[in-house]
Design a protein. Structure first.
Length: 366
């Protein structure tokens, strides 16, 4: 089968002789339809970040080593259901070949203390389909554990199904933020995850949504998806603006989706007493940080990693109900044989023009 595999930074290859995976009794075999390029994919493409296992260092859960099939934000069509499957991600029985699905890509051991406590996103050996081995979305076929496969309602197109994963990252972060209806919120950085946060916030009752972003095109997207206020950090003082909007006290919650030192500093100073900063960004090195910005006024700082399976189902439901309408996040569709040129390189050199570049596997035209 065809599969786009990662060998090393800047070395992605479309191989055509990769063995087709066999569906195990507990798995569902899927033919991917649409796959989104994630910021994590982009970082690994530019510089190895250790989310994809290094040569000679197998992933602790999958045993995978390069080359690995990439693509972890994907939707597809069921082609086979394992003999032992009795339920799947958002239902019991009834899933069959031909059903349209989105796949929840996190892998976890189910044996460590975090897993047994229900915190599967914090598994001590966690990994991802499309990063850690065991296949990925950028292939003609992939097998996933049945409880990771979520049937899409008729109202949700397959291309939108591939947006469920990044939206769920945002949904989970909001769900652990202690947000209350009417709260004022700051979102720092409006790339795909920041925009996903903005879209999901109304489902939790957020009142005021302040987006901090320098790029003009992304400011337009932020406003389109629900930001009530825009702040350009290159022209305005983000903290002062948040205190002004927050009646002198600041915002109740801030989501750092930018992952730079200035955003961390602004987030911790923009929230009011007892407020919460949630970090969604993946950092690429240590930064300076003043703990007193949290200690004074007893502010909270939380890390948010991926999501739980239950979050995935809630996002599918929200899209079905129309409370989240993410179709416009797709700014380009490309073919599998043009992923490097029209996908990864475009996101590096034209990042402000794109939110989500989607790879179309062409199965809907067949």
């Amino acid at each position: 089968m065809r599969a786009l595999r990662y060998y090393a930074p800047k070395d992605l290859r479309l191989d055509t002789d990769v063995p087709e995976p066999e569906c195990q009794p507990h798995e569902i075999k899927v033919r991917p339809a649409y796959i989104g390029i994630c910021g994590t994919d982009l970082h690994e493409y530019q510089h190895a970040q250790n989310l994809i296992p290094l040569p000679g260092k197998p992933h602790p859960l999958t045993g995978g080593t390069p080359p690995v099939v990439i693509g972890h934000e994907f939707s597809g069509v069921v082609v086979e259901v394992g003999s032992g499957v009795t339920k799947y991600g958002n239902g019991e029985g009834g899933i069959k070949a031909g059903d349209r699905v989105a796949v929840q890509p996190t892998l976890y051991c189910r044996e460590c203390v975090p897993c047994k406590q229900g915190h599967t996103n914090c598994c001590t050996r966690n990994g991802f389909l499309g990063l850690s081995g065991r296949g990925g979305g950028l292939a003609d076929y992939v097998c996933a554990d049945a409880d990771a496969v979520f049937k899409l309602p008729d109202s949700v197109p397959l291309e939108v199904g591939a947006l469920v994963e990044p939206l769920t990252v945002a949904w989970h972060a909001i769900s652990i933020s202690n947000i209350k209806p009417g709260d004022k919120v700051l979102v720092l950085g409006t790339g795909p995850i920041g925009l996903a946060v903005i879209q999901c916030l109304p489902s939790f009752g957020a009142g005021t949504i302040i987006a901090a972003e320098m790029a003009g095109e992304r400011q337009v997207f932020a406003k389109k998806y629900g930001a009530t206020h825009l702040v350009d950090p290159s022209k305005e003082d983000v903290v002062a603006r948040c205190h002004e909007i927050g009646e002198g006290y600041g915002v109740e919650v801030a989501f750092d989706c930018a992952g730079v030192e200035k955003s961390l500093d602004a987030a911790t100073r923009a929230v009011r007493a007892k407020g919460t900063v949630v970090n969604l960004a993946i950092w690429h090195g240590k930064v300076g940080f003043d703990p007193n910005s949290l200690v004074f006024h007893e502010k909270n700082y939380k890390g948010s990693l991926c999501f739980l399976p239950s979050d995935f189902g809630k996002v599918v439901e929200a899209i079905d109900k129309g409370t989240i309408k993410p179709q416009g996040m797709i700014t380009r569709k490309i073919a599998l044989d043009r992923v490097v040129e029209d996908g990864f390189e475009a996101l590096i050199h034209e990042k402000d023009k794109h939110v989500k570049i989607m790879i179309d596997m062409g199965i809907e035209q067949k």
